[in-house]
Design a protein around this ligand. Structure first.
Ligand code: UD1
Length: 438
């Protein structure tokens, strides 16, 4: 199996270009099903999750024309439902964002049939708020044989007011997509405010929708009959940028993290500064430098603009190397999302997890080991730990990392890291806690 091999301990230097946002791409590609005409998407990340979704659209009858590796023209004028073969459902099910097909199909066809979503396995991932919102818009929903079936009464959804009981990125996006072509006005209250929610709203609006308030906690949508073609460039990936910033903090050195929106990185930048890492903001880049010892700190994840849960494993890896006591508390996923700490312990990390918090006693240096990527961001944490560690680290199950990081090996090698991808049999001892769902 393919794995990453890292000889750690080399400081990182140079410039890294951040790709388009994964979580924006996995919402915008399904939303393109509702567009009648050619929709050109620029700054798309080249990762396996976007490949899978583009394949799904191709099977549905979309014309998918790659203009260059990060630009695609999609023509969904003639897409159909009920045409995906079983093996395509098996692939689609592996990504969490497949649930956006429900909102998009309901918006386009007035009915939907999709598989129950998979994605990274960090605990129970309910979709009750998605279903509540879509039902409120007039969809009859039933679950059977691992599939979700939904039908809009009278063939079209109807605008209404929906209050989300839990701030959910996925539910906000799904309801927003479905409501874009519903009859009348929809108000969604207590919504998530992540940058990719604003990006999706901007995408929908540039295709003729009328979505207002994205980025605040109330979104108002006036439904339009249909969406038309257009061109849209996705925002840069906040989490990919944060991952490279964290890697510099752990391994030391000085890196210009380019093609970013510094405002989206503010909470990560401030946390790194508390840890004795210099972060200087430019217009579309941040300069990250770490020469001295890391300082310990505490952090708690929260919905945006709070500290992102998708940066929690990477920051835990950095804090393992900060002498002193740090506490990392997970405030979004209620199982703590700490399945990966056993892997960091194999590298000499001193961590104890209790309920929603990890208590860390930083060490001077981690030591290379054979570890596994338990999920996408946990895998990124292993890369960071490997870059900082003394000796060789091998990371297995890298398929999870490649779901969300474009050319991670090439990008780190360009910064001077000794990292390569090799194909050899697995060696890591299976840790039952570190099992990914796909
Ligand atoms: C999205 C991101 C994921 C990130 C998460 C939180 C995508 C493809 N994935 O996931 O990387 O970790 O946001 O920033 O964009 N919840 C419910 N009922 C629901 C939906 C969610 O109780 O119907 C709960 C979840 O269990 C969790 C919390 O709400 O505790 C946040 O989940 P949500 O924001 O929906 O995460 P995802 O959209 O799945």
């Amino acid at each position: 199996m393919e794995k990453y091999v890292i000889q750690g301990g080399k400081p990182l230097r140079g410039t890294v270009e951040i790709s388009g946002a994964k979580n924006a791409a996995v919402a915008i590609i399904p939303a393109a099903i509702m567009v009648r005409g050619v929709c050109r998407l620029e700054n798309l990340p080249q990762i396996s999750d976007t490949d899978t979704l583009l394949h799904t659209l191709t099977y549905m009858g979309a014309k998918v024309n790659m203009i260059n590796p990060s630009t695609v023209e999609l023509d969904c004028t003639h897409v159909q439902m009920d045409v995906l073969p079983e093996d395509m459902w098996v692939r689609t099910r592996k990504i969490r964002a497949s649930y956006y097909l429900i909102g998009a199909m309901l918006g386009r066809f007035g009915r939907a049939r999709t598989t129950m979503p998979g994605g990274c396995n960090f605990g129970v991932r309910p979709i009750d708020q998605h279903l509540k919102g879509l039902s409120a818009l007039g969809a009859d929903i039933s679950l059977s044989g691992g599939f979700i079936n939904a039908t809009a009464k009278n063939g079209r959804l109807t605008g209404t007011t929906v209050y989300l009981d839990k701030v959910s990125v996925g539910a906000t996006i799904n309801i927003m997509i479905a409501a874009a072509t519903a009859e009348g006005r929809t108000v969604i209250e207590n919504v998530a405010r992540e940058p990719h929610i604003v990006d999706l709203a901007n995408f929908l609006n540039s295709m003729g929708a009328d979505v207002r308030g994205a980025g605040t906690d109330v979104i108002k949508i006036r439904g339009v009959k249909q969406l038309h073609g257009g061109t849209y460039a996705l925002i840069p990936d906040q989490i990919e940028a944060g991952t490279y910033m964290a890697a510099v903090a752990a391994a030391g050195g000085a890196v210009r993290v380019a093609n970013v929106i510094p405002k989206h990185l503010e909470c990560i930048s401030s946390k790194l500064r508390e840890m004795n890492v210099e972060v200087e903001e430019g217009d579309d880049y941040v300069l990250v430098r770490r020469d001295g010892p890391l300082h310990p700190t505490n952090l708690k994840t929260k919905p945006y603009p709070g500290f992102p849960t998708d940066m929690q494993p990477q920051m835990t890896a950095v804090l393992c190397c900060a002498p002193g006591v740090s506490v990392v508390t997970e405030g979004v996923w209620n199982n703590g999302r700490f399945k990966y700490v056993g892997e960091l312990k194999k590298m000499g990390a001193r961590i104890e997890v209790e309920d929603q918090s990890a208590f860390l006693q930083g060490v001077d240096r981690l030591t290379g080991a054979v570890v596994r990527a338990c999920d996408l961001r946990a895998g990124a944490a292993m890369v960071i730990a490997g870059l900082a560690a003394r000796g060789e680290t091998k990371i297995e199950d890298i398929v999870y990392i490649e779901r969300g990081y474009q050319d991670i090996v090439g990008k780190f090698r360009a910064l001077g890291a000794d990292m390569r991808c090799v194909d050899e049999p697995d060696e890591a001892q299976a840790d039952p806690a570190c099992v990914s769902a796909g």
